[in-house]
Design a protein around this ligand. Structure first.
Ligand code: FNR
Length: 191
């Protein structure tokens, strides 16, 4: 069975390396991960005043997340932290209070950077929010992808063969297995 995966990319840049990494992960498991890139750049800044009468962008976004079997965050690091556009999306999905669409969703975090430490700071800020939001988060492999430069990708925007692709392949398999195990455990408990 294919799992529906909502992918949130923390970069709006057209040539984003993170978006390309996300596409590569989906391509590796395209038989059993049914991926949708959920766009977040058009979402108005979260405002608690609109909880009672939310803009359609919030409603549509929350519906997409609610309908997913798993969430994959793929993000750059901005100034050692989570890009604002991604934090905004996380906040929108978390409200109104008690109606968070993140609750219980199995998830994983991948951060990629041309720099050496692979977005470690952003990765852990997303993880921290995920902990608070009760998202069962894949622990291993930790996915801090460093030295990710444009030349690592082919003309279709997928990772070329090599050690980075090998590691991303491991991440893709582990993420599929993580979503699978959480859903199977829930089904067993419900029996
Ligand atoms: C960056 N970049 C960056 N890189 C990093 O490793 N740690 C950091 O803290 C930052 N900070 C930062 C802030 C801002 C505002 C920008 C625009 C960039 C560099 C960043 O990793 C690089 O631009 C990536 O290519 C961004 O990811 P995408 O857009 O290619 O997915």
């Amino acid at each position: 069975m294919a799992y529906k995966i909502a992918i949130l990319v923390g970069s709006l840049r057209e040539a984003s390396i993170n978006r390309k990494v996300a596409r590569t992960i989906c391509a590796i498991r395209d038989d059993d991960l049914d991926c949708e890139m959920v766009e977040i750049g058009h979402l108005p800044l979260y405002n608690q005043d609109s909880d009672q009468d939310p803009p359609t962008e919030y409603v549509d976004f929350r519906e997409k997340i609610a309908g997913a079997d798993g969430i994959l965050f793929v993000s750059p690091e901005y100034n050692r932290g989570i890009p604002g556009v991604l934090k905004n999306a996380i906040d929108i999905g978390s409200r109104p209070y008690g109606k968070s669409v993140w609750d219980g969703k199995p998830a994983a975090i991948v951060t990629a950077s041309p720099g050496a430490i692979g977005g470690f700071g952003a990765n852990h800020q997303i993880r921290q929010a995920g902990t608070f939001l009760n998202m069962p988060m894949m622990q291993q492999p930790e996915a801090y992808l460093g030295h990710v430069t444009d030349d690592k990708f082919d003309e279709d925007g997928r990772l070329k063969d090599g050690p980075l692709k090998d590691f991303v392949t491991k991440i893709a398999h582990a993420f599929h297995d993580w979503v699978d195990v959480i859903h199977k455990a829930r089904a067993a408990l419900a029996d």
